[in-house]
Design a protein around this ligand. Structure first.
Ligand SMILES: CC(C)(COP(=O)(O)OP(=O)(O)OC[C@H]1O[C@@H](n2cnc3c(N)ncnc32)[C@H](O)[C@@H]1OP(=O)(O)O)[C@@H](O)C(=O)NCCC(=O)NCCS
Length: 141
């Protein structure tokens, strides 16, 4: 049985390994510590048999929420765990949930669309490193 709970400082090393495996930006310890003091950020993990197999990191302002990052260990992808993390977020009852994804990340775009997110905008050439557009999606109610 899996469990979703808050990421603790001691978890960060495992999250960083996962972020690297998934080629995501790594969360620095200083930044993580700051988010612990800021009530507008939340970093949650999904644990299966004592192993962190996923995380979701989001921020919010009043009734709106922005997904900053999500990742699931490759061997556990397409098994419904990413969906469990998004469902956790949906159950917090924000008015709007937004996410911005690189246009190159087709898998993530399909994932969000499957979960009822809809494309609402584009930022041309937003990601300088990859010279790719950012696609802005919002959860439809
Ligand atoms: C995106 C990601 C979090 C999805 O997690 P996941 O656990 O594999 O997703 P789920 O198994 O919960 O999938 C939910 C739905 O999306 C679909 N889906 C997920 N990944 C898919 C893919 N690569 N191709 C096609 N469909 C996909 C699933 O089939 C499922 O659809 P269903 O409900 O009709 O069965 C995961 O692939 C990942 O960690 N990717 C690398 C990191 C990343 O790109 N993060 C996003 C940047 S913010």
């Amino acid at each position: 049985m899996y469990k979703i709970s808050k990421v603790l400082v001691k978890d960060l090393i495992h999250i960083n390994i996962l972020e690297k495996q998934l080629k995501l930006n790594t969360t620095k310890l200083d930044f993580f510590n700051q988010t612990l003091l800021n009530q507008n950020f939340e970093f949650i993990k999904l644990v299966l048999e004592n192993q962190i197999i996923g995380f979701l990191y989001f921020s919010w302002n009043k009734s709106d929420c922005d997904i900053i990052s999500i990742g699931i260990v490759e061997a556990f992808q397409k098994m419904g765990f990413g969906k469990k993390l998004i469902e956790y977020l949906i159950n917090l009852n924000f008015k709007n949930i937004y996410v911005e994804v690189s246009a190159n990340n087709k898998n993530a775009i399909i994932f969000y669309q499957k979960l009822n997110f809809s494309r609402i905008g584009i930022r041309n050439k937003y990601y300088k490193k990859s010279n790719s557009d950012a696609i802005l999606l919002r959860l439809l109610k």
